[in-house]
Ligand binder design. Structure first.
Ligand code: PDD
Length: 280
């Protein structure tokens, strides 16, 4: 496996950044995960748009032009012979002696890129669905920025893992679901309405989320962007999660409550199929 580190392509095992990289010391950096299917990037431009936005919000310099970024992405896919999997890209504020304020202007940002080979899950697995648990959302007020500062997410995901669940849905002070620790959250109400939380600072505006909304629109599926409560989710007809790595993954259990008949819901599966068609 080959990784990209600050201008060089190196063996993954030899890839390293400086101990005073601000990403390492302060989680002072941002990232993106882009899916690759049959050697092609899924929604590359929206992911780069969001990366540029995250950098802008944190006032981290862009590491290179967008065209160069695309060239590096293609090169790392080629060098790894990546057919299906993902590209991980990370940009930090660079290397400087440890001090909280930004380093002096002109300090170059640090950029790394890696790939992961993946296999897409089979139909049986998708129809089975996954379990999610609910946890308190203990994150900050800028969840719209895709930062590498992910401690609450990691603690939540581990809690899910230890409960035999795939994801943890984070719940705000009003009892409303914000999102999963690495996925957006969706329900389909008893009335058949597709619901997901609006993209404010409370959630990451998933690229998969945006694509699903477009797909729903194209297929005449009624949807509404509004917060939904955990209680409403427990009574939903269907539920699912979305992300660049989970696509549309049906949810069949939330805490101890079985959703629907305990199998993936029909609209969730249709959205999955349409999303798969879009990716292919
Ligand atoms: N996670 N919400 C959070 C908190 C996320 O970390 C992610 C993505 C999403 C879904 O966004 P998208 O559809 O653009 O992948 C929502 C990535 C996959 C990760 O951290 O690995």
């Amino acid at each position: 496996r080959i990784a990209y580190v600050n201008g060089r392509y190196v063996q993954h095992g030899d890839a390293a950044v400086h101990i005073e990289d601000r990403g390492y010391q302060f989680a002072d950096g941002v990232y993106e995960v882009v899916t690759v299917v049959n050697g092609r990037l899924v929604d590359e431009d929206p992911h780069l748009d969001r990366l540029w936005r995250s950098l802008g919000e944190l006032r981290i310099d862009v590491p290179m032009s967008r065209a160069s970024m695309k060239a590096v992405t293609r090169e790392i896919i080629r060098r790894n012979r990546l057919k299906t999997g993902l590209v991980y890209m990370q940009v930090t504020r660079g290397v400087a002696r440890r001090d909280h304020p930004f380093p002096k202007p002109g300090t170059p940002p640090a950029m790394v890129m890696t790939v992961k080979h993946m296999r897409l899950p089979g139909r049986a697995k998708i129809e089975e669905g996954v379990k999610v648990i609910s946890i308190k959302d203990i994150r900050w007020e800028r969840c719209d920025i895709k930062t590498v500062g992910l401690l609450p997410n990691i603690l939540g995901k581990q809690q899910a893992r230890e409960a035999g669940a795939t994801e943890a849905w984070q719940v705000d002070e009003d009892g409303m679901v914000t999102e999963g620790t690495s996925t957006n959250a969706w329900i389909i109400t008893k009335e058949g309405e597709l619901v997901t939380r609006p993209a404010t600072n409370d959630i990451l505006n998933g690229i998969t989320r945006l694509r699903i909304l477009k797909i729903a629109e194209a297929h005449g599926v009624k949807f509404v962007e509004r917060p939904f409560s955990l209680d409403e989710a427990l009574q939903a007809r269907e539920a699912f999660i979305s992300s660049a790595t989970s696509f549309v993954t049906p949810v069949t259990q939330i805490n101890d409550t079985v959703i629907g008949n305990g199998r993936a819901g029909t609209l969730s599966l249709s959205l999955r199929d349409w999303y798969d068609e879009f990716m292919a």
